[in-house]
Ligand binder design. Structure first.
Ligand code: AMP
Ligand code: MG
Length: 346
């Protein structure tokens, strides 16, 4: 009797699974853009409309990537060339809202998110593709830091733009993925998609549900394979992480990575990754970068003044710092009161 009930239970569970899968088709699509894997997951839609949504997102992401990639011919590369001359020029209309919003976020972040430091990023060689082998000469870094390029140097008049700082080069690398994800989610909704995750290499926005369950999102461990925390989303939220493990090289046993402190011109040293939860992915993206630069002493005050109440930072010793609001909903897969490096090599 006992075994019989067990057997029945198993069959029931299997049946439930089958029903759920039949009722809630989940479509998964992948492609490359912004130097990373983009994953689109759609639940509860017909195959045809999911396919159509995927084609639209892929096209949109690839176009945006080409336009915004500063180191090859494209809208932003051309804009940077014209900015360097210091003369007014007619700016591409697609850039205007981006520049406006990035300027606002840069000011709000006390300049720690600074998309005007493209020249520094280029000097370091974090321009996509293979990472560089060694740091650039210190005097070149110091020269660019001394120029103090900032978004405040941009002057709009009619439809023209000019820079009062000739060292200013725009690089939206810390913000573009979030911007693309927000735009993508808007397009998905307009296409009638009710449940989806749009994930740009770990920076994602999720809305709706996966059938009867909320979306389950993992946060990557900065030094080991797998995730160190996870969270459930069933409304409409973005989760963005900025980390020193995305693009980096090791030189003389020191890690140099792609997030630069605009005040020193060097990669951030005292924090490993920062995560932000926000409705808007663009805002979350810029903020996650700013919090990483702010580091363990200032990240919480900055999050506060930027209006972020769900954020987390892992410092250079591997200690986890988390706001109380995020603490209440996040699930840690490691002991949050011990260094995340205890079992792995920093
Ligand atoms: P994220 O992964 O969102 O933190 O973005 C990192 C990218 O943004 C880098 O690869 C650079 O292109 C650019 N970047 C680096 N440091 C900064 C900074 N302090 N402010 C704005 N953009 C930055
Ligand atoms: Mg960012």
């Amino acid at each position: 009797m006992h075994t019989h009930r067990c057997w029945l239970g198993t069959v029931l569970a299997l049946l439930l699974c089958a029903c759920e899968q039949r009722e809630i088709p989940v479509h998964e699509f992948q492609f490359f853009a912004f130097g990373t894997l983009i994953e689109l997951t759609i639940a509860g839609a017909e195959s045809r409309s999911a396919q159509r949504a995927y084609r639209r997102i892929e096209k949109d992401f690839k176009t945006l990537d080409e336009d915004l990639y500063p180191w090859r011919e494209g809208v932003l590369a051309r804009t940077n060339r014209l900015l360097a001359r210091g003369q007014p020029f007619t700016v591409d209309p697609m850039l205007v809202p981006m520049i406006d919003e990035a300027t606002r976020l840069s000011r709000l972040s006390e300049g720690l998110f600074n998309p005007a430091i493209g020249a520094l990023v280029e000097l370091w060689g974090f321009t996509g593709g293979e990472p560089p082998q060694k740091p650039p000469p210190r005097k070149d870094i110091m020269r660019l830091v001394a120029e103090q390029p900032s978004m405040q140097a941009l002057v709009f008049a009619d439809r023209t733009l000019k820079s009062t700082n000739k060292a200013l080069r725009l690089d939206f690398g810390a913000y573009a993925k979030g911007y693309a994800v927000d735009r993508g989610v808007k397009a998905l909704r307009a296409l009638g998609i009710k449940n989806a995750i749009l994930n740009a290499g770990g920076d994602l926005r999720a809305y709706g549900r996966r059938g009867v369950r909320p979306w389950h999102i993992g946060i990557r461990h900065p030094r080991a394979p797998g995730v160190f925390a996870s969270i459930e989303i069933d409304t409409d939220e973005s989760i963005l992480t900025s980390g020193d493990y995305e693009r980096f090289f090791i030189y003389n046993r020191k890690r140099y990575h792609h997030v630069i402190d605009p005040r020193t011109g060097y990669p951030v040293r005292n924090a490993v990754c920062a995560t932000v939860i926000r409705r808007s992915a663009a805002v979350g993206d810029a903020t996650a970068t700013a919090l990483l630069v702010a580091g363990p002493d200032h990240w919480e005050a900055l999050a506060n003044s930027m209006g972020i109440d769900q954020a987390m930072l892992v410092d250079a010793a591997g200690n986890i710092h988390v706001t109380s609001k995020l603490r209440a909903r996040i699930r840690f897969h490691v002991d949050p009161d011990r260094s995340i490096f205890t079992s792995v090599d920093p």
